[in-house]
Design a protein around this ligand. Structure first.
Ligand code: ZN
Length: 180
């Protein structure tokens, strides 16, 4: 498959303290290297459940740069307005940085003003999983990639119609594939 651009990123969801993100790591993501399973299509088992990808932590550490690892595997948050994708207005698909699963379409992206790429729905509901996050004394819904379990961001109920949802994502958790 031909893809014209992969934008790497930095950045995620408000409320999170900026101390989450090591500053030096931001530079490391400037030269992205996509793993071999990037853009690998989702596969399902006999019960039509998405087949998950699991890797030892050492492998994730090797494949991801420091900031990507901090966000995807340790539920960190990039600083607002520091990533490559919040201000991306191109047509295309936002895929998981960890496993390549297509997560969000540019058609569902909107300007949230938060400094993180924001969407009102995922490409398919089953491509993301939500779980309760009680960090920092707040109750939020954490959003993970349903295939590799990578932390993507959080979802809030103050988004635009038709869903009213705001998927507030870290751009470092995703790559962008421009439409052909
Ligand atoms: Zn993934």
């Amino acid at each position: 498959m031909k893809y014209l651009a992969v934008l790497l990123s930095l950045f995620a969801c408000h409320f999170a303290p900026s101390s989450d993100v090591p500053e030096s790591a931001a530079e490391a993501s400037a030269a992205p290297v996509l793993s071999t399973d990037t853009l690998a299509p989702p596969q399902y088992d006999s019960k039509h459940r998405l087949i998950r990808i699991t890797k030892p932590e050492a492998t994730w550490k090797r494949e991801l740069n420091a900031l990507e690892y901090n966000v995807l595997r340790e539920e960190g948050t990039e600083r607002a307005f520091t990533g490559d994708l919040w201000n991306n207005h191109e047509k295309g698909t936002f895929i998981c940085r960890g496993c390549g699963l297509p997560l969000f379409s540019s058609d569902a992206k909107f300007e949230s003003g938060t400094g993180w790429p924001s969407f009102w729905k995922p490409i398919k509901p089953e491509y993301v999983t939500e779980k309760q996050d009680r960090a920092y004394g707040m109750v939020r819904s954490e959003v993970e990639c349903a295939r590799c379990g990578g932390h993507l961001g959080h979802v809030f109920d103050d988004g635009p119609q038709p869903t009213g949802l705001r998927y507030c994502m870290n751009s470092v958790s995703m790559d962008f594939v421009r439409d052909r």
